[in-house]
Design a protein around this ligand. Sequence first.
Ligand code: GLU
Length: 318
Amino acid sequence: MTVTATMRGRFAPSPTGEMHLGNAWAALLAWLQVRAAGGTMVLRMEDLDPDRSRSRYAELLQEDLHWLGLDWDEGPATGGEYGPYFQSERTALYQMAFDRLTAADLVYPCFCTRAELAAAAPHGSDRETPYPGTCRNRPGLPPNRRPAARLRVPAGIVAFTDQLQGEHSQDVAAEIGDFVLRRADGTFAYQLAVVVDDAQMRITHVLRGDDLLVSTPRQLLLYRLLGWEPPVFTHVPLLLGEDGHRLSKRHGDVSIRSLRQRGVRPETIVGSLATAAGLLKAFRPLPASELIARFDLAKVKKQPVIITGESWRRLLNG
Ligand code: GLU
């Protein structure tokens, strides 16, 4: 008999603004994957960035999730075995992982200024430029300012199989370069924090928007260097407006709160998102709980999902 460990999934929003349709889409699909498997859902607030995170947004996010009919078993107010569930309260855990990497001689201080980094980027390039390794072997005395800390990225390809997107690989050293683990202001970087959190919270399945696909090889590298088992990854396509651009304010106010204030029902939002995802053949309003039995990753679209005029009208007219 094989014993299958219970699936543990999470939704990890950054409380830097109001929850919008794009967040609701990722939250709904992450929640469905876990609930359909009878697993445990974790809510984690990624409030690492002290300049942009607000506790008010964390409260609103939780309210909006409840309103949409999405619940969780462990999280900020609920608690749980692997808390705290705010990244801002988990610094000691990030420090431990950082110290282990430092002890293995995988971390070095970086004194580059923003201006130096910008100067290293080719003109007109809108792609992320790999860090040229300026500080890897910086000779002489370091400048008199607080350094960031970068990972000494080993050469080699990082490959993995995404549950939706299939095979994916990246040469992290060549395409990204030595990336930041801790900012000069002492804040740990998302890439390190998310790995520490998902590992410590025993997350087995990560489902998130495919804007983060580009981060996954960096995270897998950290799992490897820290000797931890990585979760299974699923990157779902982003929601786009009819003009083919990522859904944003320019398409109208897409915050859940404003839709709610206009009298839109949660069932309408859930039904629209489920139809867009490919989980419903034809739109009908329905509560999130009724989708659990219908969830099938094989049905979920791999291509960017366009919110059509028709679904907009439905959302805006309630
Ligand atoms: N906090 C990230 C965001 O809101 C998500 C991180 C993740 O799911 O790994 O974009």
